[in-house]
Design a protein around this ligand. Structure first.
Ligand code: 3HC
Length: 722
């Protein structure tokens, strides 16, 4: 098997005109390689990065099978190049007009093939990639391979025979575990459940050849999965399992999940073809749903940060040791993420008492993880061994990265960082972890320093967004290193363009808009608990008031003092926040803010005292806005903020705003982000909502010019992602 893979556009990609006339045919030859090894026709998927089953790959596989049939081959072996066997259907083709051959037709062709077809899986076989293996006659895998059907995470179900073939091999229970969890399982577990025929060590391609050869030799011939009944040999258990899964249905996805269970049930009750038709029809219905569109968009949005990374052309620095200045919640969270990723970390506090409190808090968190069984005690000890603490500048000696996470103004942060940089020696990478004015930092520290911003949004596990900002003209290695560091910490970096003095980054702008619209609705008469509940029901982990209680009302008010075109707190004012602060209700840590936190479980509880304060502060009585208005206005406010960020070129594309909201604001993935949900709701509807909001408080909500421009041209925010 010496022939090299050729990729479109690369060497040997063929005559241009020929490619225009037959684009798929030509590309299919480059993404599926055909080689005959004595009696075995070997088809190799080589469609990097993840061997997605694009139209070219499907065509290549179909042609390969036909070519084998026309040859003297006695068996077919399907293998793949790269670290992923196949990630399944090409997600980029969803929503495009279908192009033959469909995955279903291709798999049927493979299943009906008169030559035995063996699939040998390395890496991950996911979604359609695993369904390809299920349609083949024999399946082997490398010991470290994983198989899975993650379609449910995209709001879909396996739509190319997975719900019909898998239960025939493994029974209903195991099939539903795999389909409904969406989680990949190890090859050995799949073997135990009858999903694979063998797990092999050593050279997989070689093992595949031996398997194919022996099957041809032994005259075993094809073994179509549709005729296998192993998983259905006990129909009573099969149906009892189905009933148990139905009985356990709950929550907002119960309807979709129920339909998936019915498809698996159909594999036993209906003829194979009818079961496939049922599966297909549910797949189409789900594909068109807003939920699946949101989840697919979220998948792309989470990877769009990667696109920004490609603009960062520099080579990241090798980083071994970091200094974090400030051991509060922010500094502590950053330190733990560094320790978790195996980096030596020095935590700096102003005095010994604060330092021991900060180190103690980190140890407490690890101890709790150990007692819950989430972390091995040895791992806790290994992480703590990487941590040192100090209150002296000199302890920064030799540090590769210094992150300032203290609550100070930009000029003070600049002076601190300059001092640490001098103590560190060499030219360390410097970053502030909050939304300070980068130009002040640069001025204070000096133009030659490698200084940028990494804005975190703790708790980091819930909000993995890191907004990365570097000054104009910074050395390319700065952004590249900050990106690489964020990724190493298991977080999601997003590059933000510098906007000059203290303009705020993305998540902060969106949060500010969300908070201002909440205040606006409050003035109109809605209760904080009603606003929070409606916002959570729409798709946020926390409502704006509970979120503000957690951050503290003082911090919230400081954040809210900035004006932007998309919101103007000077016009709406914050009479309610001030009234609560005057009453000593500073937030959750004080036990009282917008809500009270005085019960044992510490949950937010509406408080009549707050109701009285609000009634006394409201200008007059109007009919309180209902859930629909709360949700529409909140959506309009956030999307308008995003539209301004796009119009002002703070981000490259609307999908970057979506990524920031999904990973930094606790927005539900199924919503896809504020810009996609604006598209789905209809731009005109949200523009009207903005006009109504602005009519209440003229100048408080200026619509971005993008709304009119897109509506006039019949375009959407999604069109700007192309
Ligand atoms: N289609 C198209 N592109 C895909 C893809 C897919 N199914 N899966 C991954 N990619 C792309 C990513 O967008 C990314 O592109 P980029 O470099 O331009 O940003 C690139 O491949 C690499 O992906 P990751 O960054 O995610 O790489 P990782 O190594 O971290 O993860 C993976 C690899 C585990 C395969 C992960 O990409 C993944 O989980 N992919 C999705 C798998 C999936 O959901 N499959 C089901 C598809 S739906 C289906 O098959 C329907 C069928 O039943 C009919």
């Amino acid at each position: 098997m010496t022939e090299m893979c050729r990729y479109a556009g690369g060497e040997g990609s063929g005559d241009d005109l020929e490619e225009i006339l037959h684009p798929y045919e030509d590309r299919s030859m480059t993404v599926v390689r055909y080689v005959q090894q004595e009696r075995v026709a070997v088809l190799t998927l080589c469609n990097p990065p993840v061997n997605a089953l694009s139209v070219a790959t499907r065509t290549g596989l179909l042609d390969g099978v036909n070519r084998a049939l026309a040859s003297d081959a006695a068996a077919i072996l399907i293998v793949a190049e790269g670290s992923t066997f196949s990630a399944g259907a090409d997600i980029n083709e969803f929503g495009q007009p279908p192009v033959e051959p469909s995955l279903g037709d291709l798999f049927r062709h493979i299943e009906d093939c008169p030559l035995p077809v063996v699939v040998a899986i390395q890496g991950a076989a996911l979604g359609g990639g695993f369904e390809l293996a299920l349609a083949a006659h024999y399946r082997i895998a490398a010991r470290n391979a994983r198989i899975g059907l993650p379609e449910v995470k995209l709001g879909l179900l396996p739509g190319a025979g997975g719900t019909q073939r898998l239960p025939r091999l493994s029974g209903a229970n195991a099939a539903l575990e795999v389909i409904l969890s969406g989680e990949p399982i190890a090859a050995e577990a799949a073997l135990q459940m009858g999903m694979l025929d063998d797990v092999v060590d050593g050279d997989l391609a070689e093992a595949g050849l031996i398997w194919a050869d022996q099957i041809a030799d032994g005259g075993l011939g094809p073994r179509p999965t549709r005729k296998v009944t192993t998983g259905m040999s006990d129909p009573v258990t099969f149906m009892a399992d189905i009933a148990a899964w139905h009985a356990a249905l709950e929550g907002e996805t119960a309807d979709t999940t129920g339909k998936i269970i019915e498809c698996v049930e159909a594999s036993l009750l209906l003829p194979f073809e009818a079961g496939l038709r049922r599966e297909r029809s549910v797949f189409r219905e789900l594909l068109a749903s807003d939920r699946s569109r949101g989840l697919r968009h979220a998948f792309r949005a989470e990877r769009s940060a990667g696109r920004s990374a490609k603009q960062v052309s520099g080579k990241p620095r090798y980083i071994q040791s970091c200094v974090v200045m400030g051991g509060g919640f922010l500094g502590g969270s950053i330190s733990m993420a560094l320790l978790n990723s195996g980096l030596k970390t020095t935590l700096i506090e102003t005095d010994d008492a604060s330092l021991s409190e900060a180190v103690g808090s980190i140890l407490d968190v690890y101890d709790r993880s150990v007692s819950r069984g989430d972390l091995a005690a040895s791992e806790r000890d290994a992480r703590m061994a990487l941590l040192s603490g100090s209150s002296a500048y000199t302890s920064a000696a030799g540090a590769d990265v210094i992150i300032h996470a203290g609550p100070v103004a930009a000029d003070q942060a600049g002076r601190d960082l300059a001092g640490f940089a001098k103590a560190a020696g060499g030219q360390p990478i410097l970053a502030v972890a909050s939304d300070l004015d980068i130009s002040v930092l640069v001025e204070t520290i000096g133009r030659d320093a490698l200084v940028g911003q990494m804005v975190f949004h703790p708790p980091l596990r819930a909000n993995p967004l890191v907004e990365v900002l570097v000054p104009e003209g910074a050395a390319p290695e700065l952004a590249a290193s900050l990106f690489a560091l964020a990724r190493r910490m298991g977080l999601k970096p997003l590059l933000v363009a510098p906007r000059g003095s203290g303009e705020g980054l993305i998540a902060g702008r969106l949060r500010g808009a969300m908070r201002q619209v909440a205040e606006h609705l409050l003035i109109l008469g809605a209760a904080p608990e009603a606003i929070d509940a409606a916002v959570r029901d729409w798709g946020f982990r926390l409502g704006p008031f509970e979120a503000e209680d957690r951050a503290g009302l003082e911090a919230g008010r400081a954040d809210q003092s900035r004006s932007y075109p998309d919101r103007n707190p000077q016009i709406i004012g914050q009479p309610m926040t001030s009234a609560l602060l005057d009453a000593g209700r500073t937030g959750r840590s004080a036990g009282a803010g917008w809500f009270s936190y005085d019960t044992e479980d510490g949950r937010a509880r509406p408080d009549p005292v707050v109701r009285d304060i609000l009634s006394a502060t409201r200008p007059g009585t109007t009919a309180a806005p209902g859930d629909a208005q709360i949700q529409l206005w909140t959506q309009a406010a956030i999307a308008n903020s995003g539209a301004w960020l796009v119009a002002d070129k703070v981000v490259d594309h609307p999908i970057d705003v979506d990524m920031a909201a999904l990973s930094g604001l606790g927005m539900a993935r199924a919503r896809g982000g504020p810009m996609l949900s604006a598209d789905l709701a209809g731009l005109a509807q949200l523009q009207q909502a903005l006009a109504a909001m602005n009519a209440e408080h003229p100048g408080a909500w200026t619509p971005s010019p993008l709304w009119s421009e897109l509506i006039k041209n019949g375009r959407s925010f999604s069109d700007l992602n192309e």
